[in-house]
Design a protein around this ligand. Structure first.
Ligand SMILES: Nc1ncnc2c1ncn2[C@@H]1O[C@H](COP(=O)(O)OP(=O)(O)O)[C@@H](O)[C@H]1O
Ligand SMILES: [Mg+2]
Length: 326
């Protein structure tokens, strides 16, 4: 299951994604955590100290390796240089699975021990001033988009991405890559304005979007969110002393997390799991191709000097491996 946390900066994306990741880890499910946020804080939120977080390998710096591995022997992709973030897989491409070991994880993922179990953590790497201009910013999250487009994930396996709700994810198609998107919103006008913008883009692409209210202090806050986002409001989270203690560098055991917050995390998992039956790999491929052609036309063809439309393998559809029966 591919799950995104989006929202405005400071809303609590990193906090809630890290809590959700910790929750999933306690269930024993395999989890890949991905930090694609402009402010790279997921590692520390999962308990890494500063030195360990700074030492994480950056996906953005390993794009050539990622591209070379994923393109495999796909004859439609002549070289890693002509592979852009939206280049879809086809016959001969290598696919990624949540549970396996592969060269991409070896280069870009690190195991993080949580008190419930270990997860894999991948990070795009820190964003610089230059990244916030259009093209290069794309290359950082582009590594994530490529991986998502080559991933065949099954039920009860989770990829959780902490990311911004920026216009970049709309241009690239990144926002359509998830089974469910949790939009973290504080009960403020700014918080819900990000929701409206996201909803607008999401509507045309059948994106499943749910709002997670955060820093909610009382009924008035809940009423406000309900009035603004209606049934899209899935659950609300209040101030957490557990989170505050963790931020002081004294992480309590995860089982000490407040009951109401634990229930909220269960509700997120239930909502995510329920999307499994809405999965449509053919639609997933169609959208991938749609955004690839759009990116090819608007900058990719010119940048690479190739006709990137020819990378599309018209008969290829991602699908989960058949379950192994004894
Ligand atoms: N439910 C919460 N309880 C206590 N502190 C919170 C909560 N949600 C967020 N915070 C705090 O708010 C700040 C911003 O949260 P963060 O997750 O980093 O936001 P984002 O990733 O959206 O920029 C952090 O200091 C975080 O600890
Ligand atoms: Mg963050």
């Amino acid at each position: 299951m591919k799950i995104a946390f989006v929202g405005k900066g400071g809303s609590g994306k990193t906090t809630l994604s890290s809590l959700f990741i910790r929750h999933l880890a306690t269930t024993g499910a395999p989890v890949v955590a991905v930090d694609a946020d402009i402010n790279q804080h997921l590692g520390p939120a999962l308990g890494l100290d500063e030195a360990d977080a700074a030492g994480l390998p950056a996906m953005g710096e390993r794009l050539p390796l990622i591209k070379d591995y994923l393109r495999g022997s796909n004859p439609r992709i002549a070289s890693a240089e002509t592979m852009i973030k939206t280049t879809p897989p086809g016959e001969g491409s290598r696919l990624l699975r949540v549970r396996e070991d592969n060269p991409v994880y070896e280069a870009c993922a690190r195991a993080v021990e949580l008190d419930g179990g270990a997860v894999r953590l991948m990070v795009t790497g820190p964003f610089t001033e230059a990244d916030l201009g259009v093209a290069c910013y794309h290359s950082k999250t582009g590594a994530v988009e490529l991986c998502l487009n080559h991933l065949v994930d099954g039920q009860s396996e989770y990829v959780v991405v902490d990311m911004t709700a920026g216009s970049d994810s709309f241009a690239s198609g990144m926002f359509t890559r998830f089974d469910i998107t949790f939009l973290v919103a504080e009960p403020t006008r700014k918080g819900v304005s990000v929701y409206r913008q996201y909803k607008e883009y999401a509507r045309d692409f059948g994106v499943t979007l749910k709002v997670v209210g955060n820093k909610v202090q009382g009924q008035d806050d809940i009423d406000f969110l309900r009035a603004e986002v209606g049934d899209d409001l899935l659950v609300t989270v209040g101030h957490s002393d557990w989170v505050r203690a963790m931020e002081k560098g004294r992480p309590p055991l995860f089982e000490r997390l407040e009951d109401t917050n634990r229930q909220a995390l269960r509700a997120l998992q239930t909502a995510a799991d329920a999307t499994y039956e809405l999965r449509d790999w053919e639609r997933y491929m169609r959208q991938m191709v749609h955004f690839h052609l759009k990116n090819a036309r608007s900058w990719g063809n010119e940048r690479t000097g190739a006709d990137l439309a020819s990378q599309v393998d018209p008969s290829f559809v991602l699908r989960e491996a058949e379950p192994v029966t004894a």
